[in-house]
Structure formats: structure tokens, C-alpha cells
Design a protein around this ligand. Structure first.
Ligand code: GTP
Length: 511
């Protein structure tokens, strides 16, 4: 190879190398641009379709190796679209600020949010939200807000469930109390008992409503029966009165017609006697006088017989009329007695508690007010005790309402047996009893009351083969000068509250 061709060869090689370097640099630049376009496409994907399409076209132009001059308008378009996108994002950012802020404020109003959550939320709304620079920055805030919402929802749900539970358990309690207070005929009492046994504290509102409707229908039937019975009594009373009236009218009519007949007879007798008198004056011989007297006496005697007959008829008529009136009155009296008896039984029943047969609250109120009145007229020692079965709800919950009812009956019997004759014990409602002890000071009542407590505690209750100890708490007080029924009761109730709070199964007193 000549020197000249060697030099040419070297130059060519250098030129090829330079070209290769340029090619590589360009390829590198295209790669960088393609990469940028790909990243842009990825991060802008979905923001704007137009931008998506332009970026795709830009990438394919790069791959095809379009000259930079041709790429330039594409880049301009992209810049324009991106600028537009910036404005869109700013607007979205503003909207997001407003909605995050209002959502947060709404959340702040939610009751029952944990304190820590409330504090973090306040910080978020007062500070963090103002430091947000981009839509992306909202993501952690939104994440926090969603978790707050979750907490608020949980709190609300728990509160609702709690509320629902306590509402229905309160309703169940009231329904049972109402059922206990009902004084109905025997058959209806049994029906109410069956309904009562279906009521439990954990019942849904729907079940309670169903039980309430059943109770109402028993009451309505009872009212109808009662009304029918009152109506039949009134109808028969009405009938008897009508008959009575009728018989009196007919008796008096009969008497009137009798009177007319009597008058006629009397007049005829009178005129005959007058006539006899005149004719005897004018008689000229004994024989004619005898004949005259004979005739007149005969006629008079007929009149007297007729009068006697009339009188007898009248007497008989009166007697039979009185007889029938008396019979009717006797029937009416017997009906009245039956009705009165029924009413008395009803009244007696209405003062007795259906389940325990102890005097009920109405009977207690009557007696209690009376004792308070006596005390205010002439003060003496009167002790009032309020007795409540401990944890009675758990007996119902564990062994059912029938077991609960039997427990109340057993306790009532034991209470009645262990108080003195002069004391007055009543079922105040539910598992609460009241005891009035006239003539006993609080000091002297403590021992017998504590004895009552022990009696109940020692009853060997057994449910489902399980030995159960049932205890009572007692709160007692003594009537004081200036007391009203309410004041004294509240004092006894406070003492009961203290007995419950200090461990139950005890007697607490309040002076
Ligand atoms: N079986 C039955 N249960 C009744 C009757 N009347 C009320 N109850 C129930 O008595 C329970 C009383 O419960 P609470 O007032 O919570 O009192 P407790 O469980 O005795 O608890 P403490 O009084 O606090 O010791 C409620 O579950 C009532 O449903 C009734 O006639 N029969």
C-alpha cells in the first residue's frame, strides 16, 4: 500500500469513526427522548386522551427516526397540552382542597370519635391541608380521612347496636311490668302468662311489638266480655223495672175499676137503707112492715155479699200482684248481689299482683299514703323498706322467664311469711318489693329486716340441676317530720342504691 492510499484509508477510517460516534450520540439522544416520552406517557396516562395520543405519536416518530426538525412541532403540541394539563390540575387541586376540608369538618361533628382521632383530625384541617402543594400530596391526607371515617362508622355502629339493645331491653322490661299489672279474668290471665314467657330482654323490637299486640288483643277481648256482662245485667235490670212498672200500673187500674164498683154498691146500699127508713115510717101494719123489711133486707144482703166478693177479689188481686212484684224484686236483688260480688272480686283482684298474689303497687300506694297521713296527724314510728332482688336479670337470661317468674313467687311467699302481721308487704314492680312497718323504729327494724335478707339467701333454689343462691338488697328509712310520701321513698331508695353499690346482699339505712 502506497503512502497516499494509507493516508486516505486512515482519513476514511477516522470519518467512519466520527460518523459512528455521531450515530451513537444520536441513538443515545433518541433513547433518552424515547425514555422521557415513555415516562411522560406513563405518568400522564388517563389525564387527557389528547395528550395520550400525542405522546404515542411522538414516541413512534422517535422510533422511526424522524428528523429533529419534524419532531419540533410535535414537541410544541405536547408542551401546549401539558400546560393546559397544569391548569386542569390546579383547578382539581382547589376542588380537592374544598372537599377534603368540608369532609373533615363534617367528620369533626361526629359524636363518639376517639380523642386521639379528633386531635389528629383537627391538626390535619388546621395545618397539614394548607401545606399541600400538589394533587398528589392529597393522597396521604385522603388516606387518613378514610381511616377516620372508618373509625367514626365503627363508633356509630357500636352506639346504634348498644342503643338498640338497651331500647329493646327497656321495652321488654316495661312490657313485662305492664303485663304484671293487668287484672283480668282467669282465662285471660293464663293467656297473658303464655305471652309473658315469650318476652326476653334480648328480643328484637319486632318480637316485642308482636308480644305487645297480642297483649292488647287479650285486653280488648276482656273489655268486650266485661262490657257484655255489664250490658246483660243492665238489660235484665231494665226488664225487671219495666215489668214492675207494668204491674203497678195494672194494679192501680184494677183498684180504680174496683173503686167504681164499690161506689155503685155503696150508693145502692145507702139508697136501700134510706128507702127502708122511709117506708118503715109509712108502714100501716106489722105484716106489711115485716114483708117490706124482709124484702129490703134480702136485697141489702145480696148487695153485702156482692161487696164482700168484690173486696175478696180486690184483696186476692193485690196479694197476687204483690207476690209477683216481690218475686221480681228478689230476682233483681240476686242479680245485683252477683254483680256486686263480681265487682268486688275485680276490685280485690286489682289490688293484688297477678303473679305473686301479694298486694300490688296500687294497694301499696293507698296504704302508704294513709300511713303517711296518720303520721302527719300524730307522729309515730313507721319504717319503710325497699327490697330488690340482686342480679335478677341473669336468672331470666340463664334459665328463662318462667324460672324468673317462679323465683319471684317463691321469694314473695318467703317475704310474706317472714314479716309480722302488722307489716304490709307489696310487690312494687318487677323484682322490687316494699315493706311498711308501722309502729317500728328504724333501729328496731334493722334486725328483722336483716333476718328477711338471710331467709331469702337461704332458700335452696335449683335450676337445671344447679344450686343457685339468690340474694336481696334492702334500703330502709323511717318517717320523719315534714316528710312527703315521695321524700321518704326517695330516702329508702337512696339507701337501696347504696346497698347495691356497696356489694349487694345487704341492708343499708338512711335516717
Ligand atoms: N321473669 C320475670 N322477670 C321480670 C319480671 N319483671 C321484671 N323482670 C325482669 O327483671 C330484670 C331486672 O333487671 P335489672 O333492673 O337490670 O336488675 P338486676 O338484674 O336485678 O340487677 P341489680 O338490681 O342491679 O342487682 C329485668 O330483666 C326484667 O325483665 C317478671 O314479672 N318476671
Amino acid at each position: 500500500m502506497t503512502e497516499k492510499s494509507k493516508a486516505t484509508d486512515k482519513k476514511l477510517k477516522q470519518a467512519i469513526d466520527a460518523r459512528m460516534a455521531v450515530e451513537t450520540a444520536r441513538k443515545h439522544q433518541v433513547d433518552i427522548l424515547s425514555n422521557l416520552a415513555a415516562k411522560l406517557s406513563l405518568s400522564c396516562k388517563g389525564l387527557d386522551t389528547e395528550l395520550d395520543n400525542r405522546l404515542a405519536r411522538f414516541r413512534s416518530a422517535l422510533v422511526k427516526g424522524v428528523s429533529f426538525e419534524n419532531l419540533s412541532p410535535l414537541i410544541d403540541e405536547l408542551v401546549g397540552l401539558l400546560q393546559n394539563q397544569e391548569a386542569v390540575q390546579l383547578a382539581q387541586q382547589r376542588d380537592l382542597f374544598t372537599s377534603v376540608q368540608s369532609a373533615g369538618k363534617q367528620l369533626q361533628k361526629t359524636k363518639g370519635l376517639p380523642d386521639e382521632t379528633r386531635r389528629t383530625l383537627r391538626h390535619l384541617l388546621d395545618h397539614e391541608i394548607n401545606n399541600v402543594q400538589s394533587t398528589h400530596d392529597y393522597i396521604p391526607l385522603l388516606d387518613q380521612l378514610i381511616s377516620f371515617y372508618h373509625q367514626a362508622l365503627q363508633t356509630k355502629l357500636a352506639a346504634n347496636q348498644g342503643e338498640g339493645g338497651s331500647v329493646s331491653s327497656q321495652m321488654a322490661k316495661q312490657l313485662l311490668e305492664l303485663a304484671n299489672e293487668l287484672v283480668l279474668e282467669d282465662e285471660s290471665t293464663d293467656q297473658i302468662k303464655v305471652i309473658k314467657n315469650t318476652i326476653t330482654d334480648s328480643d328484637s323490637l319486632e318480637n316485642l311489638l308482636d308480644a305487645a299486640i297480642k297483649i292488647i288483643s287479650v285486653i280488648v277481648k276482656n273489655i268486650n266480655k266485661e262490657r257484655q256482662s255489664a250490658q246483660s245485667f243492665l238489660t235484665s235490670l231494665n226488664q225487671t223495672l219495666e215489668e214492675l212498672h207494668h204491674s203497678i200500673v195494672s194494679t192501680s187500674k184494677h183498684s180504680e175499676s174496683m173503686n167504681v164498683e164499690f161506689n155503685i154498691l155503696n150508693k145502692s146500699i145507702e139508697s136501700k137503707i134510706k128507702n127502708l127508713n122511709e117506708q118503715t115510717q109509712q108502714a100501716t101494719s106489722i105484716s106489711s112492715l115485716k114483708e117490706l123489711v124482709d124484702n129490703e133486707l134480702k136485697s141489702l144482703s145480696e148487695d153485702f155479699i156482692a161487696k164482700e166478693k168484690l173486696e175478696q177479689e180486690d184483696r186476692q188481686m193485690l196479694v197476687s200482684s204483690f207476690d209477683s212484684i216481690t218475686k221480681r224484686i228478689v230476682t233483681l236483688e240476686s242479680k245485683l248481689t252477683t254483680y256486686k260480688k263480681r265487682l268486688n272480686e275485680q276490685r280485690f283482684k286489682s289490688l293484688l299482683d297477678g303473679l305473686t298474689k301479694l298486694p300490688n303497687r296500687a294497694a301499696f300506694d293507698e296504704r302508704y299514703n294513709h300511713e303517711m297521713h296518720l303520721f302527719n296527724v300524730q307522729p309515730s314510728d313507721v319504717t319503710l323498706a325497699v327490697i330488690d332482688v340482686d342480679h335478677f336479670k341473669s336468672i331470666n337470661d340463664r334459665f328463662g322467664h318462667t324460672a324468673g317468674d317462679i323465683t319471684l313467687q317463691v321469694i314473695s311467699k318467703a317475704l310474706q311469711k317472714s314479716v309480722r302481721k302488722s307489716d304490709f308487704i307489696a310487690r312494687y314492680g318487677g323484682e322490687e318489693f316494699v315493706l311498711l312497718m308501722p309502729g317500728v323504729s328504724l333501729e328496731n327494724a334493722a334486725l328483722p329486716l336483716d333476718k328477711v335478707r338471710k331467709v331469702i339467701k337461704n332458700i335452696p333454689f335449683k335450676f337445671r340441676e344447679k344450686q343457685i343462691e339468690i340474694t336481696i338488697s334492702v334500703g330502709a328509712t323511717q318517717f320523719k317530720k315534714g316528710d312527703t310520701p315521695l321524700k321518704a321513698f326517695d330516702r329508702a331508695d337512696d339507701a337501696l342504691y347504696e346497698a347495691k353499690n356497696s356489694g349487694r346482699d345487704r341492708l343499708c339505712t338512711s335516717k
